[in-house]
Design a protein around this ligand. Structure first.
Ligand code: THU
Length: 110
């Protein structure tokens, strides 16, 4: 799986974003050690603090399917600069991903 292939997967995941409150769609693609790919999007809630970010969705999907070893994470949003994970996501990434695991923070236009 190349970086570009994983980025395309994250773009696809972004299409499922439920973000009527921020109007900011985010996608994520998480590559597990066994080469399975887990997709995630942000899922917002009227009680905004319950919002789940794209990368957390992908990680929680993987962990809930029994996978805990990961090699790469792509996060994509339509930002000016590279998209940056929030504190909650950084904490979850820290829980399940090695400190040297690459996290590609991608803006939609490349
Ligand atoms: N969001 C993500 O899903 N991932 C990020 O890395 C940045 C922020 C979401 C949360 C919320 O639904 C919207 O983007 C605006 O912050």
């Amino acid at each position: 799986m190349t970086d570009n292939e994983l980025i395309e997967q994250a773009k696809k995941a972004r299409q499922s974003s439920y973000s009527p409150y921020s109007n900011f769609a985010v996608g994520a693609a998480l590559l597990a050690d066994n080469n399975q790919v887990f997709l995630g999007c942000n899922v917002e809630n009227a009680s905004y603090g319950l919002t789940n970010c794209a990368e957390r969705t992908a990680i929680f999907k993987a962990v809930s399917e029994g996978l805990r070893q990961f090699k790469k994470l792509v996060i994509i949003g339509d930002t000016e600069g590279p998209i940056s994970p929030c504190g909650a996501c950084r904490q979850v990434i820290n829980e399940f991903c090695a400190p040297d695991m690459p996290v590609l923070m991608v803006k939609y236009e490349g």
